[in-house]
Design a protein around this ligand. Sequence first.
Ligand code: GLN
Length: 477
Amino acid sequence: MDLKNLSIKKVHEAMINGEFTSVDLVNEYKKVYEEKNGELNAYLEFFDDAIEQAKEADEKFKDGSAVLMTGIPVAIKDNILFKGHKAGAASKVLEGYTATYDADVIKKLREAGAVIIGRTNMDEFAMGASTENSAYGPTKNPHDTSRVPGGSSGGSVAAVASDMALVTLGSDTGGSIRQPSAFCGVVGLKPTYGSVSRSGLMAMGSSLDCIGPIGKSVSDVEAVFETIKGKDEMDSTSIPDDLYEKKNTKKPVIGVPTINYPKYKGDEQWDLASNENLEKAVKKFKDLGYDVKTIELPNIRYSVPAYYVVMPAEVSANLSRFDGVKYGLHKDGENLIDDYFKTRGEGLGAEVKRRVLVGTYVLSAGYADQYYYKAQAVRDQIRADYKKAFENVDVILTPTTAGPAFKIGEKINDPVAMYLEDIFTSPANMTGLPAMSVPSGAVSVNGKNLPLGVQLMASHQREDLLFKVGKEFLGEK
Ligand code: GLN
């Protein structure tokens, strides 16, 4: 089977015409998984019941109830619950935990007949930008195995990029779908906050988290998004499809912000390749007949610092539930409090502990005014910047990352360097706006072709504009 050039639409047509079945297709992905996963470590598990699910999907083709997603294999990030299957957010603290209910996205995918084939590697509890923070070893970039795939959804993205999956789900709190998508040359969407239910997603930063699709084309990502979105009564922050007003836009106007980002250790956190690549993308849009305007977003340079206050605050609250009593790992201490200390001490990794400590600190009496509330005020300013920008443009174009995939080990001992990976991506989470990374060129480094991406952002619930513009950019029909 030509997995490289497969799309959801092609699979659907082939299944309707009886060219192959869902069972055939799942077996094909399983074969690639067996060949490649040993080296890439994109999956933590290929589910035993995948073939069973595929058989059910094939029945739907026989009885005429199949829809576009029926029989489509989907791999999910290890922080999404699929009833009866292990889920661990790539953390030792959840060792042995089995999901007791389905995430809303799983319910919706299964209702449509999609086949959930496995769970993918990630940074522990989605904290990181390289997948090196997994308790189960790093995932490798399929384009150069000495490099990271990005993170935290590195497994989901590497699986798509190496044809171990057609489409996958990731989660994005500060860039975890888009940054790895750029590093691995695929399409990744962070939807509008609330448009996809968070029920059954292990919470990291509840005001920032979004589940979103990853695929090889904008159309595939769109098809998955259309299936998983929608108001869900189990998530009070989820929103109805028509919450935001949509203005009529014939030919979207593209805005490119002037970049004025902070330096770190005296250097610009900015790779020339990424800048050149952006210029090429601008030219391409102009050639496609788009009006491209320069815009100002003066406060986005404060997005990373504010994100790294708001997010850990929420992390410290959300992760208190992993106490050795309710879920997964339990370590016996002298008494109950000692049980907590031991379980969390042994079960949680260094980056997770760092964030719990920072989060507890910024929320504590006497410091909250100085850090937490100030960060929330900055967040309001960033929101206001975008609101103003979207009065004049429809889609905002930036690079997705400041450069191509970095080496495994290069940033792991420098948290701030790792945090700066979120320069372009974190504003979408701080504002709840939808954003999508699409592949755009590559740079050659030591004989390896490393992909780059550009990010498209639109106003709330305007994923339709991202799909339209993204398809034209990639020349998709
Ligand atoms: N890199 C960011 C962080 O470490 C984003 C993570 C995410 O989106 N889950 O927090």
